[in-house]
Design a protein around this ligand. Structure first.
Ligand code: TA6
Length: 294
């Protein structure tokens, strides 16, 4: 662990040079480097001091995705995207696995429970839960998985999503494949429902689409005709594709440079259509494996 207070972070590296950096604030992965260099986009004005959710990397969205439901739902008082990404998580430890020659992967575990929540968050969502978030760095992949446990007497329901900002060189040369035939809610078109009729998604303006349920597990980001990332879902059926484009990028105070939208695309795996329900003592596990194909 390096740094102090809210900006403390955990760094892990492999003998072959790959690295990952995770802020304890939000258990936010802020850097993942492999053969192709930095794989994640991080705003030059991202707050890394705990003052607000990190603009970039992999923010953890829990227990609600997007604006909370109107009155009457247990999550109605929560902020957009819930409290996980703005809570102080605990570093639970590191474990490595060796193959014949050297360390082949490093796993970092982070914990957040109802007892370690801020007063505000606790009052907004007074349910007993435990989260364990595991970040595993291997040579060409980064796996991030959540384990949600209901520690209370009453059942609760939640949504979960990994708000991943992937770094790419030029958005005009990017295509996203693996979603053909999948229904999506288009938040740019007044949240109307559509079906993905083209094999690949090209981005030439603001895109904010929640795809799901997705029958197969891999979404691929192709750059300049070559596969750049595979994003593999594990027990998650939905994926949001987001690019703010010019106006929205300019409107976000912590999004810099304004032209940064040309170098990022959000591919956000999650369980966000409807709610996951956990009864007393039940556990949910889900996440992603991101593969750098460079
Ligand atoms: O994942 C897409 C989205 O829901 C967009 O609608 C946009 O709001 C984005 O998340 C960023 O949200 P944030 O609260 O981080 O500014």
């Amino acid at each position: 662990i390096t740094g102090s207070g809210a900006s403390s972070k955990v760094i892990a590296t492999l003998p072959s040079g790959e690295s990952v950096e995770v802020l304890l604030f939000g258990a936010t992965v802020i850097s993942w480097k492999s053969g192709g260099g930095e794989n994640l986009w991080l705003s030059e004005k991202a707050a890394l001091d705990g003052s607000k959710a990190v603009r970039g990397g992999v923010p953890v969205v829990f227990p609600v995705f997007g604006p909370p439901p109107k009155e009457g739902h247990a999550t109605s008082k929560l902020p957009q995207h819930g409290f996980a990404r703005t809570s102080r998580w605990e570093f639970l430890g590191k474990s490595t696995s060796e193959d014949a020659l050297d360390t082949s992967s490093v796993k970092l575990d982070f914990g957040l429970s109802s007892s370690s929540l801020s007063e505000d968050a606790r009052s907004q969502w007074p349910l007993d839960f435990g989260l364990i978030y595991s970040v595993t760095l291997s040579k060409d992949s980064l796996q991030t998985v959540i384990n949600v446990r209901n520690e209370g007497e009453t059942s609760f329901e939640f949504q979960f999503l990994l708000h991943t900002y992937l770094r790419i060189k030029d958005i005009t040369k990017v295509e996203i494949t693996g979603l053909l035939g999948v229904d999506y809610i288009d938040k740019v078109l007044n949240a109307t429902t559509h079906k993905q009729s083209e094999p690949s998604i090209k981005i030439s303006g603001e895109v904010d689409r929640v795809y799901g349920p997705i029958p197969q597990d891999t979404t691929t980001v192709v750059e300049d005709g070559k596969p750049r990332f595979d994003v593999v879902r594990d027990n998650l059926q939905d994926t949001t594709i987001w690019n703010p484009w010019t106006e929205k990028a300019k409107a976000m105070g912590d999004f810099a440079p304004d032209s940064g939208f040309k170098e990022m695309v959000c591919v956000e795996v999650g369980a966000v259509n409807g709610w996951q329900k956990l009864d007393k003592g039940e556990v949910f596990e889900g996440g992603q494996t991101m593969k750098s194909l460079l």
